[in-house]
Write a new protein. Sequence first.
Lengths: 105, 277
Amino acid sequence: MNETLLILGMAAVTFGARYLPMAVLRRFDLPGPILRGLSFVPPAVLMAIVAPAMFLPGGNTIDLSLENAYLWAGLLAFGVAWRWKNLLLTIVAGMSVFLFWRVMV
Amino acid sequence: MDGFAAILTQVQDFSVSLSPSESLSVFTPRREFWAGVRATLPLIVGAAPFGFIFGALAINSGLSLPAAAGFSAIVFAGSAQFIASGLVASGVSVGFIVMTTLIVNLRHALYGATLARHTAHLPQRWLLPLAFWLTDETFVVVASRYAKTDDSPYKHWYFLGSALLMYVNWQICTWIGIGVGQSIPAPGAWGLDFALVVTFIGMLVPFVRNRATLAAVLVAGATALLFNNLPNKLGLMVASLAGISAGLLVNGLWPEAKTGHSRQNPSVSPSQTDRLP
């Protein structure tokens, strides 16, 4: 892993995403279909990361057992996030249940 | 779409929260700067813990100390930094992480596009640093400032105040997290690796406001499980694209009813809980 290359690459694409629209689009709006597609990017990417972490913590097989703290604490976190829409509360509750689950189950 | 409506609601909230003394009746660069700092202070409370968590996670995912600090100093993109440190731990290629970072940060292009008409007059020496510091939080705060009808010529100073506070806070919190993270030998045993998962859950849920987004999330999750065995975490790419396609499909089949104040362009909304830079 070349860390310098990684940081410079990530910095370049991040800065590009922030700067180019400000520099190029001065009085124009992006076409509707592109905006619509982009609007699904954050939740889709996040869920594509979260789902395997919850259901496949060991790697290859879907783990629905009671021992899978990632799954049950994750599901609880979804419930807390949905009910209270509070990121801090979601993290604190999710982590607490996760640690409790690991110790108790 | 209701995403844009949510931005408008938050914009209004910020307007209301300004006291008469902050109404900037006489515009100066200094007043605009500090008004931007003050408007951003509440968001710091939400952003700070994730700086700690990032610092600790980055160290435990195998990044060197300078690299972990460099992420925050040079990349300055919270959610992408989280994802990248997770990917570093799983040993995928640099190119893949950079591509993933681009996808995760595409929402910033929407912010830039939204602000473009207001920043069009700025010289590059302003535009370059302000673009570098454009985060979810600063976008919401600054968009509300630009939405006001007063003709202050110094609104970019407001932008600068908000951006600098977010940046300085993120650096300090990252360093603290790095310091704490080094003293935690096995993050898995402490559940620090779960912090990443639960943070993403908290970030993604507020996006789910209509059936199109719900479809995008469900399809992305199911596809990610199906394609988890693809090399180089390519399943993440496939799942993301599948989710986006599902969202567009549902959006096309059952368009949301348009309300009075929503626009045609459904921008990604920086939800109240999506407080990572």
